[in-house]
Ligand binder design. Structure first.
Ligand SMILES: C[S@@+](CC[C@H](N)C(=O)[O-])C[C@H]1O[C@@H](n2cnc3c(N)ncnc32)[C@H](O)[C@@H]1O
Length: 342
């Protein structure tokens, strides 16, 4: 690709998010349509739709037929909400909140400080506390990218010893919903920021699954302060990579206190509480550097790529010890931790 095209890559990201917002993918489920027909269905301008879909066609998302109608490609199918590997909300997030934050990449590169601060004057989480639409998109985008790892964990790990699981920073509960579906007597709690917990509980109720609603609940927490005790298994998935080493140790210490609480509640008898950290452990190749720069731009100041060695040191500083590390078929590793023995 030439610089001429590369310079416009941001327009592709924005175009994807607009197509996802307008839900063009669901309008094409029953076959090709003209731009006029699509525009009518999503209350848009026909020429705007025509050029938007032609731009996306350049990267294989939607295809224009000789008669001027547009139809799905294999990739564009993933913009449908009902696709099993839907990426619709991830595309909205990439072309909206993340795109807006990347606008100030220059500040990050010049000062090392996150562009999220200069763009929003706060962390993205504080921003989403005030903008519930952005928060809802973020929750759903996290589900989009969590599906493959959640399915693999629920399928390949033996949780038959777990009565109660607590997912710290568990978003709208996709991981626990998947694990609970595979373990019919397990109970689960998603411990999340208040607005995420409220939205998660609401959508769980709307799903109308009585069995799941009986076994799964959401509780508002600040994981720097306190998370519930009583869990046999604690999960912490895709959380630590948003935080500096110091903040990561604080989060791990909060979970450690909850695990000690579990031991006390069980009076030392019963299962040993276990924390499963699910994270990509990265090296210093160029692909990992895309993530490294993302962390500098979007996450807390001081957040950097985490290698296995970094994680081992943070886990030890929090009074935990690693029992095993298993790599998933996704980019994640599952790091099984227990309370450190003195
Ligand atoms: C990258 S998302 C991961 C969500 C989910 N675990 C997953 O893998 O899809 C990080 C999560 O941490 C939550 N979070 C951030 N700050 C938090 C805090 N202080 N207390 C509790 N949760 C927090 C966010 O709301 C968000 O859902």
């Amino acid at each position: 690709m030439q610089l001429l095209q590369l310079a416009g890559m941001g327009w592709i990201s924005r175009s994807l998010s607009v197509a996802a917002r307008l839900d063009i993918a669901s309008r094409l489920v029953d076959g090709p349509k003209t731009p006029e027909e699509i525009a009518e269905l999503c209350d848009a301008d026909p020429d705007g739709i025509r050029y938007l879909l032609r731009v996306l066609g350049v990267v294989g998302v939607f295809h224009e037929n000789e008669d001027g109608t547009f139809q799905h490609t294999e990739i564009s199918q993933q913009l449908r909400d009902d696709h099993p590997q839907s990426m619709r909300h991830w595309c909205v997030l990439g072309g909206e909140m993340y795109y807006d934050v990347w606008r100030d990449l220059l500040t990050t590169v010049q000062t090392g400080k996150p562009a999220s601060r200069s763009e929003y004057g706060s962390s993205i989480y504080a921003y989403m506390d005030k903008d519930s639409d952005a928060g809802e998109v973020y929750d759903k985008a996290m589900v989009d990218i969590a599906r493959p790892a959640a399915a693999e964990i629920a399928r390949d790990f033996d949780f038959s010893w777990v009565n109660k699981s607590i997912d710290v920073g568990g978003g709208s509960g996709h991981l626990l919903k998947t694990i609970l579906a595979a373990h019919p007597t397990m109970e689960g709690v998603v411990a999340e920021r208040a607005d995420v917990a409220e939205r998660g509980a609401k959508s769980l109720a709307e799903e109308g699954d009585d069995d799941l609603s009986r076994r799964l609940s959401f509780t508002p927490v600040d994981f720097f302060e306190k998370v519930p005790s009583g869990g046999d298994a604690y999960f912490l998935k895709n959380v630590l990579h948003n935080w500096s080493p110091e903040s990561s140790i604080r989060i791990l210490k909060t979970i450690r206190r909850a695990m000690v609480g579990t031991v006390e509640e069980h009076e030392g008898v019963g299962v040993e509480p276990t924390l499963f950290i699910i994270e990509p452990l990265l090296g210093h190749d160029n692909v990992s550097s895309i993530r490294a720069l993302f962390q500098m731009v979007v996450c807390e100041e001081g957040t950097r790529i985490r290698s296995e060695e970094d994680l081992r040191s943070q886990v030890a500083s929090a009074g935990l010890e690693i029992r095993s590390i298993k790599n998933l078929g996704t980019e994640h590793s599952v790091i099984e931790c227990r309370l450190a023995r003195d």
